[in-house]
Design a protein around this ligand. Sequence first.
Ligand code: PGA
Length: 226
Amino acid sequence: MNKLIVANWKLNPLTLKEAEGLAEKINQVSPHEVVLCPPIAFLPLVKYLHLGAQDVSPQVKGAYTGQISASHLSSLGVKYCIVGHSERRTMGERDELINQKLQALLHFKITPILCVGYGTAVSQDELEVTDVLGSQLTADLEDIDPKKVIVAYEPVWAIGSGRPATPEHAEQIALYITTKFGVKSVLYGGSVNSTNSESFLSQHHVGGLLVGGASLLPDDFNKIIG
Ligand code: PGA
């Protein structure tokens, strides 16, 4: 089945040449829809069928030095944008701001990939996890049409740790989020690699993957996107 696989390059690589080289090595053909999210400075220059941004300003225009607006992304032909990544929530980004970013993106018909899972702990049981996610999603999605939003469940402890959640856990959480919030689909992210990716993709309610570290390794990433 066709799923969505999103490569979050974060603040990598260092140069445009490396970014272009990396994109060139990623297969253009996949049974899945593959989206590369390079650093914003490289976004207009990296060549790939589907491109996404890693963040957006809640403001559309005006005196907001250093910001990138949804209108800018739209004029670059960007179709997706990650919002509320736990690395940004760690920097102090709150649900109210995330909600404003979602509104800005939807106004310009860019599909948000809303990350949730910040504030969860490996020791929590499913009920405790859904408590955290439930309040995050309720605040983030206020006055938003959930059918237009893709959610990425990324338990913060699994990000970059080499300790992914189990595929069964990801499936249970994806089912919860889909049923309770009616979002377009739910991706899983957190230490996905070429060895475990298939076990997540084969889960019925997991609509795809958000991949960090392994998306910078073309051989691994090509295996993930199949
Ligand atoms: P990871 O990162 O795949 O390196 O764990 C995922 C993410 O931060 O989106």
